[in-house]
Design a protein. Structure first.
Length: 121
């Protein structure tokens, strides 16, 4: 990046040059986020070549993920079945688990959340 450019002028090619600079950086982990990976792949397919950035999708939790979180924090599954997808983030679900000391209060909060989401959808 030249001194007369701003951070907004950084291109995908600039990022690739930083990641694959002249000196290899052993053990480096770079994290980049986007809401439109397909658009970035179209602009520069090289960004996801082997050894560069590896796309990992982090979507909203499924009911199986809810059960895993419940098993981790309370040693028992929720066993909930609702129609539709969960629009709350996995992080939010974990925060609910951390704020509720027992399984019943966690389950109650999750049920409230799912009912609220069901009304929105």
């Amino acid at each position: 990046m030249h001194k007369d450019t701003s951070p907004q002028d950084i291109t995908i090619q600039d990022i690739l040059e930083i990641l694959q600079g002249p000196v290899p950086i052993e053990g480096m982990i770079a994290i980049a986020t986007t809401n439109d990976l397909d658009a970035i792949k179209k602009m520069n397919p090289a960004i996801v070549r082997n050894g560069r950035l590896t796309p990992v999708y982090f979507g909203n939790p499924t009911y199986d993920i809810l059960d895993e979180i419940s098993r981790f924090y309370y040693s028992q599954p929720l066993n909930l079945k609702f129609d539709g997808r969960i629009i709350e983030s996995t992080t939010s679900i974990i925060e609910i688990a951390l704020q509720n000391p027992n399984f019943e209060s966690f389950k109650s909060e999750i049920l409230k959340l799912l009912r609220k989401e069901e009304m929105i959808i």
